[in-house]
Design a protein around this ligand. Sequence first.
Ligand code: EZ4
Ligand code: CO
Length: 394
Amino acid sequence: MRIENVNVVVSHPGRNYLTVVVRTVDGTIGLGDGTLNGRELAVAAYLRDHVVPTLIGRSADRIEDTWQFLYRGAYWRGGPVAMAAIAAIDTALWDIKAKQLGVPLYQLLGGRSRDGCLSYGHASGRDASEVIDSALALIESGFSAVRLQLGLAGEPREAPAGSRGGMPYESRWDAATYMRQLPRLFERARAELGSEVHLLHDAHHRLRPVEAVRLARDLEPYRLFWFEDPVQADNYDGLRLIRAQSSTALAAGEVLTTIAQTRTIVQEQLIDYVRTSVTHAGGVTALRRIADFASVYQVRTGFHGPDDISPIGFSAALHLAYSVHNFGIQEYAGYDPLALEAFSPQFMFDNGFLRPGETPGLGVDFDEVTARDQPYEREYLPINRLIDGTLHEW
Ligand code: EZ4
Ligand code: CO
């Protein structure tokens, strides 16, 4: 079935999302997510100017060939902009194929491997009491796994209203304060939330290796499900150091965009969970390969699932999570009601577990007409500075 038309829509149902709408000559519509937080328009231009014109008239059936055409055929490989663009097209083509065959996507990926996908929610707050209250609310709503983030240590969960002027919000962060506060938070969390709940934490690439080693060791008594992104993503030696000295489980990879970039951390088993996403690492085709590669090394999936991945990319991830053997956990940050309205996702959350929709395809819809009334708004991730003003990882 030939591709007749491809629309690239950047809209703002509560936040910015890049949605690709691929239409075949028989009227089948496939949806893809290429949202790259803070750089959405670059992906839109890459698609509109260089990808879409080459897709019109191509066979929508040839998903693998189209993936290779966009990746290998461009000569310039990888990078977050190109890989988000490829992801959007690839996801839309899987949606089309599953719709045309009349099955939910996971059936094309081998059928389900489990009854539901364990998910974790985000608990945050300005101090330990607030974080624990936030975690209790999540547990109350069914979650058996929660990520604990302490706002005071420099993690603004939401960019405050001030950032809505189109400039990034700036926060301050101090490693020593963070490293003092975090073990205390987890000590309290274990005391108040019990030993059964899974606890996670994300260090957002902020630590130097020796700091990360110390923190990973200080956190050992609290048995974290994982400690995420302790050091810069490309600092393999840093991860080796942490790995050699601590038994705290590690997760990394949300900023990686290709299977080749996951190679060292997976093959050397520097991590326990790989965090790549359908939206940022080249789509369903690419993520399936990463999951299979990781399975060889007993590395499990922990696909990135923030609300800056649209319900389309999130649903695609769930079909994979449902079907791959080495699934670990799925991040589920939840969505703004406007986003749920815009995409009508069919996935289900039940007692801490997620399941993809049962309707043919991804199980999402996209209301293009309403999207026109929700145009792009310039918004960026916050930035972090050290106490002396030096720019640091956010
Ligand atoms: O900073 O999605 O694990 N989750 C995260 C996220 C990322 C954002 C980047 O756009 O690290 O909060
Ligand atoms: Co993260």
